[in-house]
Write a protein that binds this ligand. Structure first.
Ligand code: CUA
Length: 328
């Protein structure tokens, strides 16, 4: 029902090779159920009226024994329909289960509360997963902490991510554009903000996108300035990391509070903590907040930030500190 409304009102795109098949099956089950519900309800109402107790003859109601051929007929009919739906679903599911050989492989990691994507050339992204149109892609997925579920409604694909094991999912996108990636398994405080974007581009644009990055890696410059710009400042690198590591899921830089406090004007200000103590935010405070977030929890917030120990290099911490300083 929601799917139908969503499709017709908002126009959810059918952006993968699976989408049309999934919609066909869904619509069949949906409309078969609607016709069944209306039919059974109408028959029920009609029987109530037809065989109601009559004032003229209150005692006389025909004793009905049942009708074996009708009962058997209905049972066989429903059995056949249910088996047909099962077979239909199984055929589609089998297609979705096995990636074609040679599919492009991308690693996906889910963590509280961000997605991270890693390409075969080592490139890592978090806020956007860029992929080519018309190419089968297999996502090899794992979780760093709890259960998550990778869900792209426009592609009609969804798969759980399980800590300590790999799960996978494949698809072939048929449209260019940007489609929301959601987490469909409750995973803690910021579950609803565990969002990312799937960007589907033409295959040659995808190649160029990687070529630029590879060039930038090779010559040790940030991608944006592979052409002309001056080298990025430490704060600019920090800003990029802030987005890439999905710090933005919990912290804003505009003063509004999400799961965590905003970082606007934080550096150099007096921080009040849940235990009543306070400190003026300096470099060490920022570092401690990243490595050991539970040590000092800002008053009014929950101690839910996961540690970044082992996830950030010293260089990256320097860049983040520089960026946080710059957010006035
Ligand atoms: Cu991750 Cu919900």
């Amino acid at each position: 029902m929601m799917q139908i409304l969503w499709n017709s009102v908002v126009g959810l795109p059918q952006a993968s090779t699976f989408a049309a098949d999934v919609d066909w099956l869904f619509d069949f089950v949906f409309w078969f159920s609607v016709v069944g519900l209306v039919g059974v309800t109408a028959a029920g109402l009609w029987f109530m009226w037809r065989y109601r107790r009559s004032h003229a003859d209150p005692e006389k109601t025909a004793y009905i024994e049942g009708h074996a051929p009708s009962e058997l007929g209905v049972s066989v009919f429903l059995f056949v329909v249910v088996m047909a739906i099962f077979y239909w679903g199984w055929i589609d599911y089998k297609t979705m289960l096995e990636a074609p050989p040679g599919a492009m492989e991308i690693n996906v990691t889910g963590r509280q509360w961000a997605w991270q994507f890693e390409y075969p050339n080592g490139r890592k992204e978090a806020t956007m997963l860029t992929l080519p149109k018309g190419v089968p892609v297999k996502l090899i997925m794992g979780s760093a902490d709890v259960l998550h579920s990778f869900y792209v409604p426009a592609l009609r694909v969804k798969q759980d991510l399980v800590p300590g094991a790999y799960t996978s999912l494949w698809f072939e996108a048929t449209q260019t554009g940007e489609f929301p990636i959601l987490c469909a398994e409750y995973c803690g405080t910021a579950h609803s903000r565990m969002l990312s974007t799937l960007k589907i581009v033409e295959p040659d644009a995808y190649e160029r996108w990687h070529k630029r990055w590879e060039f930038a890696q090779q010559f040790g410059v940030a991608e944006a300035q592979a052409a002309t710009l001056p080298p990025a400042s430490l704060a600019e690198k920090g800003k990029k990391l802030f987005a890439e590591k999905a710090c933005t899921a919990c912290h804003t830089v505009d003063g509004s509070a999400l799961v965590g406090p905003s970082l606007k004007g934080m550096f150099g200000s007096k921080r009040l903590f849940a235990d009543g103590s306070s400190v003026v935010a300096d470099e060490n405070y920022v570092r401690q907040s990243l490595m050991d977030p539970q040590a000092k929890v800002v008053k009014g917030f929950q101690p839910v930030m996961p540690t970044q120990r082992g996830l950030l290099t010293d260089e990256e911490i320097n860049a983040l500190v520089a960026y946080i300083k710059s957010v006035k």
